[in-house]
Write a protein that binds this ligand. Structure first.
Ligand code: AMP
Ligand code: MG
Length: 328
């Protein structure tokens, strides 16, 4: 059973309680200058899986990690000159930077959806920054609403949307901007806006001194899921709904789920969750896809996973992994 939801207005005690909950792997909603965020320790895969469970998202998109200042953020990503300029100009503020993740960053693979890049933001909200400082770890925080609902700008919106799925709401009054952060991808030579938001393309262009490009927004009808650059695709072929080894493929590694899963005859077995727990499987998903991809076998087989709860997002991800690749 979920414990009761705690809603507390700002005080030193409330801040300490919220930071303690974040460090213990619980979900805490907190205000930023854009919208209320649903925060979890970005280095704790079980805590991040709980974000997806609470939001009931049908897919795993990578999450933005939040920091109290640039120096804290810089421990997790490689900043180039453009990133330095944008951070100096707009942090703290409504700008998220997508940069190469540092090899020694402990941020978990579910936070980055298995990508080698990471999204970082320093919010311009005193309460948010005090919480991030007290938590003393990167905090993954998408908007604190159920998937498909309007982004929350008050503690009441969060409570109405998420209820007991969140452990605590730190109430800092209404958010000022109400628009989400602008997400800028700096992982290539171009400056690409992945999501428009509080800071405009013209403002960004003026600071970096070059043109900025808007990312394709027609993700709803991609030519091939393999072409979505923002999705990690394994190199090995992926076979879904595997209930037995396939001799025509050769040796396969099995991603196994649930007590009824038949593992006999596979070259190697990686358990997403032995008991059939969708949250445990979500927490293991990206790390195990990478692990499977590095096995010296001919393919990755995935046992059937029930299409409910987080299973919907897990199956969405597996279908993308199994889709035919583009030639490139
Ligand atoms: P939200 O969590 O709803 O605020 O949205 C976060 C957005 O940031 C995602 O939809 C991506 O567009 C982008 N994003 C976050 N992390 C990454 C990453 N590691 N690589 C590329 N894009 C990212
Ligand atoms: Mg949102």
């Amino acid at each position: 059973m979920s414990p009761a939801l705690t809603i507390r207005p700002y005080s030193e005690g409330a801040l300490a309680q919220a930071a303690g909950k974040l460090r213990a792997g619980e979900l805490v909603a907190f205000p930023t200058e854009t919208v209320y965020g649903l925060g979890a320790d970005a280095t704790n895969k079980d805590a991040v899986a709980a974000i997806f469970a609470a939001k009931q998202r049908p897919s795993f998109n990578p999450l933005i990690s939040h920091f109290p200042d640039r120096d804290a953020a810089a421990r997790h990503a490689v900043f180039d000159a453009r990133a330095d300029k944008l951070a100096a100009a707009f942090w703290p503020g409504a700008l998220s930077l997508v940069l190469p993740k540092r090899d020694d960053s402990p941020i978990c693979e579910l936070t980055t959806a298995g990508l080698p890049s990471i999204a970082l933001r320093v919010p311009a909200h005193d309460l948010a920054r005090a919480l991030l400082r007290a938590a003393d770890r990167p905090i993954a925080a998408p908007s604190a609403n159920r998937s498909g609902r309007i982004s929350p700008t008050t503690a009441g919106h969060v409570a109405a949307s998420l209820g007991n799925a969140v452990s605590m709401i730190l109430d800092g009054g209404p958010c000022g901007v109400g628009l989400e952060s602008t997400v800028v991808d700096l992982t290539t030579d171009r400056v690409v806006i992945l999501r428009p938001g509080g800071i405009t393309a013209a403002q960004i262009s003026a600071v970096v001194g070059s043109d900025v490009v808007m990312a394709q927004t027609d993700d709803a009808a991609p030519k091939s899921p393999g072409m979505l650059s923002s999705h990690y695709a394994p190199g090995l072929p992926v076979r879904l709904n595997a209930t037995a080894p396939d001799d025509t493929v050769g040796d396969e590694v099995l991603l196994a789920f649930g007590p009824d899963c038949i593992t006999h005859g596979f070259a190697k077995v990686l358990w997403l969750s032995k008991s059939g727990d969708d949250r445990e499987a979500a927490a293991n998903l990206f790390a195990m896809l990478h692990q499977a991809d590095q096995c010296r076998v001919k393919g990755i087989a995935i046992c059937p996973i029930p299409d409910d709860g987080l299973g919907i997002a897990i199956n969405d991800r597996m279908k993308r992994a199994a889709a035919p690749r583009s030639q490139a």
